[in-house]
Design a binder for this molecule. Sequence first.
Ligand code: XMP
Length: 328
Amino acid sequence: SWTMESFISKEISRIRELVGETAQVIGAVSGGVDSSVAAKLMHEAIGDRFHAILVDNGVLRMNEAARVKKTLCEDLGVNLQVVDASELFLSRLAGVEDPEQKRKIIGNTFINVFEEEAGRIESRVEEQGRGKIEFLLQGTLYPDVIESISFKGPSATIKTHHNVGGLLKDMKLKLIEPLRELFKDEVRALGRLLSIPSHLVGRHPFPGPGLAIRILGPVSREQVQILQKADNIYIEEIRAAGLYDQIAQAFAVLLPVKAVGVMGDKRTYEQVIALRAVQSEDFMTADWFAFPPAVLRKISSRITNEVAGVNRVTYDISSKPPGTIEWL
Ligand code: XMP
């Protein structure tokens, strides 16, 4: 009979046989469940011959790159290279408001940065006489394979990763997709068996274009920092209230409008944060989450007190449809 334990040992043997004794494998990680589980499985199979790359695109959540490095690299032993490309991404995003344009820029820049890093790893590995990079790892799940998840943009991360086509062509890489027969809940179970910490295994999904599609106006480092702070407080308080696992996805959105407020005896004129939290089975439809009022009160008071540049917090009570989960 099929068990997750037997899946792991079979998959590890299959990977070892496929990759052979000397070939090397590269793959992108995002800090999300799928890519982390795929990376850990690959590490179990071939150790340091698997090279993970995390691209910091400047629109990750607060301390995300450091957090991923700590978990994947220090705790789980995965051979990980973090590339800080935030300057490049933010310079290409400057002044751009159109959501599809933001997605396209992030998708294309991701490919550029990933390919460049892959080239660097390839030269290093060859110099050391350790064999060639022959494979590209992808954390594709069964629903991605049958494409039942439809994203708004053509350059959604999942698809973007499929599009690291230059690599597949120029470096003649072959694809490895160890999760391609699994559903999300199976990937989480697999992650737990591979000792991936529960806070990572249970994480809400995070879109490839990141905070760029949650900043409704033009993206800048300053706008990213405001949103990171608000989002971090929001998630912290959701976890503190023990509500994280009841919610499918929760995040803050930074609106490009200013509202009037008051602080002490002074009038303020600052930006507005919208909070979104939904319950959903498959992300195709969703309901807004009914927070206990005290939790919303605490979140709102912390955000307006602790985040400079924000004086007002609203809660999004739109279902999907007609609203989507993201605002862009
Ligand atoms: P919507 O907003 O369409 O979102 O209701 C449904 C799910 O898809 C995620 N999403 C994306 N994920 N790249 C991604 O990797 C994208 O461009 C993108 N747009 C939306 C969203 O976070 C939600 O989980």
